[in-house]
Every structure is written in C-alpha cells, then in structure tokens.
Design a binder for this molecule. Structure first.
Ligand code: HEC
Length: 408
C-alpha cells in the first residue's frame, strides 16, 4: 500500500506541474496577443505579468484586455487608425489628426454614450496652440506633431472634452456629433447635394452602403427635382433603379438642408482652398438642394430641414429601428419624421445596425478579419447586446472583442 502511494505521488506531481507549465505558456501567449491587438505594441514585463495573473483568475480574458486598454498606444495609435478612414471619402488612414478623429478618441476614452457620435454637442480639443479654428486644421496637426508624450491623447489634461457650441459657435440645436465636425463637413458637404453626408454616415456608422438598401417599393414623393424620372429616355430605369436609393435617401437628406461647406476668399475674391469651414444657415435652404430643378419639375422641392425615414418599413426594417427613444416621432404609417441633423442622428444611432456596426468595426480591427462563422456571429450579437445594455461604452466592446480573439 505504502509502496503504491510512493509510486503514484511523484507521477501526480509531474502531471500537475506539467499542466501548470502549459497553462502558464497559454496565458503568456494570450496576454501578448491581447496586448498586441489592442495597442500594436508588446506589453512591458510588468504589464505582461499582471495580464498573465488576470488570465489565471479570469480565463475569459476580459480582465486582461481591460488592463491592456490602459496603454496610451491604444488611443494614440489604434484608435487614431480606427477612426481616421471615416473622416474622408477615400477612406484612407493616411490623413492628419482632425476634429472628427480626436472627438471619437475622446468619447471612447471617457466612456461617453457612443450614440452621441451622431447627435451630441460634443468636441474634443487639445491644450496646445494654435487654438481650434473653424476654418483650418492646424490645431490638430500641431497636437499630432507633439508626439505620444506631449500630445498623448489618453491624457484628459491634453485632449479635453468641450462642446461644439462653445468652441465653434454653432447653435447647440444644430450640432450633430461628428456630422457637424469641420472634417466631416470638408469631406461630405463639399459640392454635390449633401447626400454624401448621409451615404458616408451609413457606411461608417451603420456598416452599409446604399446598394444593399435599394428598395423601389418606398413612397417616391421626396425624390428631388434633380433626379431624372426617365434617365436616357427610359422611365423603367428610374422606377427599377434610381428610386430604390433616392426614395429613402432623399426622404432623409432634408436633415442637411441648412448646412454647406464654405471658404474664405482672398483680397482678389478668389477662394482659399485651405479655409474650408462648416456653414449653417438656420431657416434658409442651401442652393445645392434646389439645383438642376428642370431635370424633373414636379419633383420634391426642399422648403425646410424636415426629413422622413421611409426605411422603417419594407426590407430596411431589418436595420432594427428603435421603437422608442426621447424625441422619436412616428407618423400614422410608422415612418419616423423630424427636423435637422441632430434628430436624424438620433434616429440612426438608436438602430440595431448602428450598435452592431460598432462591434463589427472593432472585430475587424482587433481580430484582423471579418466575423465569419456562426460562433463569430453569435459573439458579435452578444457583444452588441452587452454594448447597448452597458450604456454604449466602446472600450467595453474593445475589451470583449479582444478577449474573444485572444487565441488558445
Ligand atoms: C445605389 C444607390 C443609388 C442609385 C441606384 C442611384 N443613386 Fe443617384 N445618388 C446616390 C448617392 C449616394 C448620391 C450622392 C453622391 C455624392 O454626392 O457623393 C446620388 C446623387 C445623385 C444626383 C445628384 C448629383 C449631384 O451631386 O449633383 C442625381 C441627379 C442622381 N443621383 C440621379 C440618379 C439617377 C437618375 C439614378 C438612376 C439612373 C440614380 N441617381 C440612381 C445614390 C444612388
């Protein structure tokens, strides 16, 4: 009997210590991967040790990921690259820091309800000179040039929360999160008809372009005069194609009727290209909404900044429009209606598609791939539900996604 115990005991010892060596190796691997994916840099020895012990007590990886999120590189590198492509039509990351990017970074850092990105009176500025300007980007370029210490965006003494109404002088009721940032105006209110602001908001914040939303069964009464009803002399093209986008899109675009991009002029009256700035004309519809009126005279004429969301019904009900949020106004047919960009921002930000889009974007950034199989999709749904229930905190999404993609 004694002999048996003596034989088994050392075997048991070898077995247990072997397990723990394996577990240690796994925790190290996971800690490194989580840190690298969230910050782009390896952890210091001290942080690695902390993350490994957190993984030992919380094998989900969430506690370890929360630890990695304290690294300034998460803000100065990962988030900057995450947001920069949303701020230009080319969707390139190679663009200087600007008010749109800085505001999103600050909102994520401070756990601001992320829906406000589309309707808040919110703006983040640096504590540096030159001061914020409505007509150039020098403030943010100077902040970026200070580098990761003096220009550390994770430091709330450096990147500070403000309101647009206080800094830019825009009427508080006309503010709509990043939609009324200088960078977004410069990119999406430039020339055209302001439809680009809606299109890129859908791409960047609901993760869909217009093509998948085409629904030619919607009421076409808001399609503007500039859209020909018989392009190339063929009304079938209008009915089968054009109206699919324009019925819904033109219903919403009234929200931007009082906005434009403006420029300063030099002494000779020539436009200074570098002076692009948001223009807001309360009560006055911008000319770009009324151009090409002869393309179809009986088309919709914009008289104010009202909008209607026809996509609440039909196939685009799938975007998951909210059944109730403060300020929601539904007409007798169940279409949401409102005035101005702030109200439209609320309508979009309260959809399921908005919440899910934030999670999908984080998934792509942190997992380095699109959510693919059933397990991925289920996880995206779970993290989306938790994101909404937890007050729309983006750091929580980064934490949960990094934990999911920690590897084995
Ligand atoms: C897939 C969605 C979609 C379809 C289909 C579509 N459009 Fe558009 N249309 C847009 C978007 C988005 C814009 C804004 C483009 C921009 O400014 O970046 C636009 C802009 C326009 C403009 C304004 C151009 C300007 O800036 O002056 C006209 C006119 C127009 N479309 C007519 C048509 C006609 C006619 C058809 C059918 C042949 C059509 N569209 C089909 C999405 C669509």
């Amino acid at each position: 009997m004694l002999k048996k115990i003596l034989v088994i005991f050392p075997m048991l010892f070898v077995f247990l210590s072997g397990q723990s060596v394996l577990a240690d190796a796994q925790q190290k691997r996971q800690a490194k991967r989580i840190h690298d994916r969230l910050t782009g840099v390896p952890p210091t020895d001290a942080v690695l040790t902390t993350m490994e012990s957190l993984l030992a007590t919380d094998s989900s990886g969430k506690s370890a990921a929360a630890e990695a999120l304290k690294d300034p590189a998460f803000y100065n590198v990962t988030l900057k690259n995450f947001v920069a492509p949303w701020t230009n039509e080319e969707q390139t990351v190679f663009t200087p820091l600007n008010d749109y990017t800085a505001t999103v970074i600050g909102m994520i850092r401070d756990d601001v309800d992320f829906r406000e990105v589309l309707y808040g009176d919110i703006l983040y500025t640096g504590n540096n000179q030159p001061a914020y300007s409505n007509s150039n980007n020098q403030h943010y370029e100077a902040l970026e040039a200070l580098g990761p210490i003096a220009g550390d965006l994770s430091d709330s003494n450096i990147l500070q929360a403000q309101t647009q109404s206080a800094v830019t002088g825009l009427d508080a009721s006309a503010t709509a999160g990043v939609l009324t940032s200088r960078a977004a105006a410069r990119a999406f209110f430039y020339l055209g008809t302001n439809r680009a602001m809606l299109r890129f908001t859908l791409i960047n914040h609901l993760c869909t372009d217009l093509e998948p939303l085409k629904d030619n069964t919607r009421v076409p009464d808001h399609v503007h005069q500039d859209v020909s009803r018989s392009p190339g002399g063929d009304s079938r093209i209008y009915l089968n194609s054009c109206v699919g986008c324009h019925a819904g899109m033109d219903g919403m675009m009234g929200a931007f009727a009082n906005y434009n991009l403006g420029f300063n002029a030099d002494a000779n009256g020539n436009i200074i290209e570098d002076s692009a700035q948001l223009v807001y004309t309360p009560g006055v519809v911008q000319n770009k909404f009324l151009q090409n009126e002869n393309n179809f005279k009986p088309g919709h004429v914009t008289i104010d900044d009202s909008w209607i969301n026809y996509w609440r019904n039909g196939q685009n009900a799938l975007l998951g429009w909210s059944a109730g949020y403060p300020g929601l106004n539904l007409d007798a047919k169940g279409n949401a209606t409102g005035n101005g960009a702030k109200a439209l921002g609320r309508e979009l930000a309260n959809s399921t598609a908005f919440a899910q889009c934030q999670v999908k974007k984080v998934f792509k950034t942190v997992c380095l791939r699109e959510p693919g199989d059933t397990a991925d999709r289920t996880e995206v749904d779970t993290i989306t539900t938790d994101f909404r229930a937890g007050g729309y905190k983006m750091k929580q999404v980064f934490r949960d996604v990094a934990a999911y993609c920690k590897g084995s």
